[in-house]
Design a protein around this ligand. Structure first.
Ligand code: SF4
Length: 66
């Protein structure tokens, strides 16, 4: 895994509470990992949902339904 040149800034903005993830702060790796699993990264969810670790696209659609 490459080192991200924006790691410090990304970590400052990252809302993910999942402990010890090796992708934390490396947004391209994070996005690639979750899209491969048909999920979205933590930053796509409100904090209450993020805490549940349900990163599914179904959950994303559910919380954005009108
Ligand atoms: S959203 Fe997923 S891949 Fe990204 S930092 Fe959190 S646990 Fe890691």
């Amino acid at each position: 895994m490459k080192k991200c040149v924006n790691l410090k800034e990304n970590l400052a903005d990252c809302p993910c509470t999942y402990p010890s993830c090796p992708r934390k702060g490396m947004c391209c790796e994070c996005l690639r990992h979750h899209l491969k699993a048909e999920e979205l990264p933590a930053c796509c969810f409100p904090l209450e949902i993020e805490k549940t670790f349900d990163r599914s696209i179904e959950k994303f659609i559910e919380i954005h339904k009108a």
